[in-house]
Ligand binder design. Structure first.
Ligand code: NCD
Ligand code: ZN
Length: 345
């Protein structure tokens, strides 16, 4: 029999599931693997109020495959017009778990994001008091800053001052990509954590230019050089609970990725835990997968750990070239190539 491992069912602490027919197309991939996921609010228009988050929650629940059990953990999109009262409502709601900060213009659907931290001071103070985590897309948007340096510069110029100003605010630096981010998280207090994607653990920036330009490897923050990938791997296999799983699976239709100005985002939900297993195994650390995937995120958010389990086995499976995406199709990570691990149904 092929090698198998069984772990407590994991959660995805950073996920894009979009809406409507796109939501219906991608949600089953996540539900097969994960018990819960932090749902990103960057819809068009963004999810800024608790009422909008409830409506989105209901649409997700209505899109679940029959018999599935899954809990979407909702987030609000922080804007310069966000109000303290909305944060209080969010905390009371029981279904909104966090608030997402996008620097205006940093990534897909981030136009309504924040330009000046000064305009959200009262809201951040309220979140700090309420224990409502701030999820940070950590990149500066200054076009003069090299795209490969935007995370490091954000940490130096914005995040370090922010955590000093709000020392009790729970902060998750999302989808970290650099040694600078690892160092920042390790140095900060226990109120500061980070999510790490499978693609940033498996790929370095060469993957963007492998024999030609590869739009399906383009995401934000963009892939970095090998030394940074190594730093991320070291962090996730250290067993430090400040680092936990967040796929940032970000589906886009094939035609908007294969485009003169292609969208940022890599779709990994179809093979998320399998891809993480591959990354952990590559450095002989499969025994560290369960803490990272199934325990530390729940602990950070103050939620109960899951009770049931999933099993994966060492079995090569070919990833389809494309997957259905509403009336369109999307190109998943490893399209037309092999995964080493597969989920046991
Ligand atoms: C995300 C998306 O497509 O919504 N894209 C991405 O490259 N990660 C947005 C984001 O998380 O930055
Ligand atoms: Zn994201």
């Amino acid at each position: 029999m092929s090698e198998r491992i069984t772990i407590t069912r994991p959660d995805d602490w950073h996920l894009h599931v979009r809406d409507g027919d796109f939501l219906k197309a991608v949600l089953p991939d996540t539900v097969k693997r994960f018990a819960r996921a932090i749902i990103m609010p960057n819809l068009k228009p963004p999810v800024i109020s608790v009422a909008q988050a409830k409506a989105y929650y209901d649409r997700i629940m209505a899109s679940l495959p029959a018999g599935a059990s899954f809990t979407p953990l909702m987030t609000l999109y922080l804007t310069e017009n966000s109000r303290v009262e909305e944060m209080e409502l969010a905390k009371q709601s029981g279904f909104v778990q966090a608030v997402k900060y996008y620097p205006a213009g940093a990534t897909t659907n981030s136009d309504s994001g924040v330009r000046q931290w000064g305009s959200v001071e009262a809201v951040l103070e309220a979140m700090e008091q309420l224990g409502l985590p701030l999820l940070v897309h950590g990149e500066v948007t200054d076009p003069h800053v090299d795209v490969f340096d935007r995370e490091r510069v954000f940490i130096e110029e914005e995040l370090i001052p922010l955590v000093l100003k709000y020392p009790k605010l729970k902060v998750v630096l999302e989808h970290i990509t650099t040694a600078s981010a690892v160092k920042f998280v390790l140095t900060a207090g226990s109120n500061v954590a980070a999510t790490v994607t499978a693609h940033h653990l498996l790929l370095n920036r060469n993957a963007l230019f492998q024999g030609g330009i590869r739009p399906h490897h383009y995401c934000l923050p963009v892939l970095k050089r090998e030394t940074h990938r190594q730093a991320l791997l070291e962090a996730v296999i250290s067993g430090n609970p400040k680092f936990f799983l967040g796929t940032d699976s970000a589906p886009h239709a094939q035609n908007v990725k294969e485009n003169a100005c292609g969208c940022a985002g890599i779709y990994t939900a179809h093979a998320a835990i399998e891809l993480y297993a591959e990354a952990f195994e590559s450095v002989g650390a499969l025994d560290k997968l369960e803490g990272f995937a199934s325990f530390y995120g729940a602990d950070f958010y103050g939620l109960a750990r899951n009770k049931d389990q999933i099993t994966i086995e060492k079995q090569q499976v070919k990833v389809p070239l494309t997957l259905p995406y509403g009336s369109q199709s999307l190109v998943p990570m490893r399209s037309g190539e092999y995964l080493i691990w597969s989920l046991v149904a």
